[in-house]
Design a protein around this ligand. Sequence first.
Ligand code: FAD
Length: 504
Amino acid sequence: MPHPTTLVKLVRRSSPQIIEQLNATLLGKLAEDKLLRCRKLRIDTTVLEADIDHPTDADLLEHGVRKLGRLVRRIKTAGAASRTPFRDRSLRRAGSINLGPQTTEAFMRVPPSCGAYVRVDGFGFGRSVSTGSLPKRHRALPPVRQLAHIGAMNATNLKQADTQPWDVVIIGGGPAGLSAALSLGRVRRSVLVIDAGEPRNAPAVRVGAHGILGREGISPLELLWLGREEVSAYGVRVADARVTDARRDGDGFIVVTDDGEQVRARRVLVTTGLTDELPDVPGLAERWGHDVLHCVYCHGWEVRDTAIGVLGSFHQALLFRQMSLDVTLFRHTGTELSDEQWEQLAGLGVAVADGEVTGLHIDGEDRLAGVRLASGNLVPVRNLVVAPRFVARAGFLGGLGLSVVEHPSGTGEQVQADPSGFTGVEGVWAAGNVSDVFAGVPAAAAAGVTSAAAMHMDLLMADAKTAAAARTVDAGPFSGAMEAEVSRRVLGTRVHGLDAGAGA
Ligand SMILES: Cc1cc2nc3c(=O)[nH]c(=O)nc-3n(C[C@H](O)[C@H](O)[C@H](O)COP(=O)(O)OP(=O)(O)OC[C@H]3O[C@@H](n4cnc5c(N)ncnc54)[C@H](O)[C@@H]3O)c2cc1C
C-alpha cells in the first residue's frame, strides 16, 4: 500500500476518468474477493484539528526567534559542540509580557515587576513587533506606570502640561476619575488627570474585574488602558504622578506632585479610591486578590463550590454560603455571635471554628490549602474571605479642608460629599471609593460622571457671570438694560416665539 501522501499526489496528477476507473477496478476486486457486496462505496471521515503554527506578517519575526531559540537549545541539550556562544534573547521566559494588540489575556499576564516585554502594535499588515526590557529603576513601579514607561499606556509628561489653569484637575485615574474625564472632555473642558497608577483592584489582575456589563471579566489594567485611550480622543491629558498636596490659590487651586511639579486648576475632583486595611495575619496580604478576597459580587462566582473560610464576619459567612456548601467561619480574635446568629449558622450548615488564626498553609502549587489556628489545628480551605477596613486615600489633601467621616456601617471612613459629589468645599468634588467605600467599578464610574456634570454646570455658571460682568463694564449702549429694552420693542407681546395676545 503506498503512503497516503503518494496517493494524494497520484490523485492530483490523474484525470477524473482515471480516478473513476481506479475506483471501479478496486470495487470489482473487493467484490470478487467477497469483501464487499455493493456497487457503491461511501466513506465517512472525520477531520481532526491539527496544531498548525502559521506565522503571518510581523508575527513571523516573533515566531522565528522563538523557533530558532528552541532549536539551538535542543542542539545544546543533545550535547552538540558549537563554536558560537548562544544567548537566548527571545524574552519569552517567565516575567516577560506580550502586549498588544491589547487583550485581556495579555494584561492579565502583566506581573508586578515585569522586566522584559514583547510589544505588538497595530493589526494585519500594519503590525510591528518590538521587544525590550524595562530599566531596573522602573521595575518597582506599579503595573500601570510600568506600562506607561514602555509606551503601552497613554501618559503625558507633566513638565509639558499647560501652564494655563486647567478647567478641572482630577486626582486619581481609576474608573471614577477616567469616567469623569470622559464626560468633561466631551463637553470641551480642559482636563488633566494625575494618576499614581495603583488602582485598588490591581491585585485582582489575573482574576479580572466582574459585574461590569459589556466588559465582564476584563483585566483591571486593560480597563484603564481603554479608558486612557478613550479620554485622550477628547483632548484629556493623563499624567503619571502622585499628588502630594493641593491648596486654594485665589479663585482656583494649586496641585503639587511628588516630582515637584505644580499645576493650576479652576476645579478639583478627588477620585483617589481607598486603601483596604487587611487583618494582621502573617502571609495574608501577599495573597490579596488571589485566594484571599472580600467581595462576593466581584469574585464569589470564581470560588463557587470550593472550601471557603471566612475570617471573623458573620455577614460575609452568609454571603459566601450562597456560593458554597462548604463554609467555615473563623471567630479569630473574638467575633461575638448572638444566639440567633448561632441558630442561623447551624441551620445553614456553616461550620464555626474557635480560636485565633495564626497563619495560612500554602501547597506546593502556591495555592491556599488551609488556615492554621493558635491551637495548631489546620482547617483545610481553598479561599479565605476577609472584611477589610476601608480607608479613603485622602490624608494628603488636608490643605483642601475636606471632611472625612465614618461610614454608617462602621466598615471604614470616607470623604463627605453630597449625591453630586460636592464636598462642601467650594470648587472641590469627590467621586468613587474615596467618598463611597461600597462602590464597585460601575458605581464608581457612574459617580464620576455625576460629579463631572455638576462641575461642568458650576463652571458654566461661573463663566456666564464673568461674561455678563465683562459686558456691563464696557457695554455702553449694549448694556443689559438696553438689550432688554430692544428685545421688548422688537418682540412686543411675543415672548419665546408665542404671541401672548393671541390667547391659548
Ligand atoms: C481585590 C479587589 C478586587 C475587586 N474586584 C472588583 C470587581 O471584580 N468588580 C467591581 O466592580 N469592583 C471590584 N473591586 C472594587 C474596585 O476596585 C473599586 O470599585 C474601584 O477600583 C473604585 O474605583 P475608583 O476610581 O474610585 O478608585 P481606584 O480604582 O482605586 O482608582 C484610584 C486611583 O487614584 C490613584 N491615586 C491615589 N492616590 C493618589 C495621589 N495621591 N495622586 C495621584 N493619584 C492617586 C490610585 O493610584 C488609583 O489609580 C475590587 C476591589 C478589590 C480590592
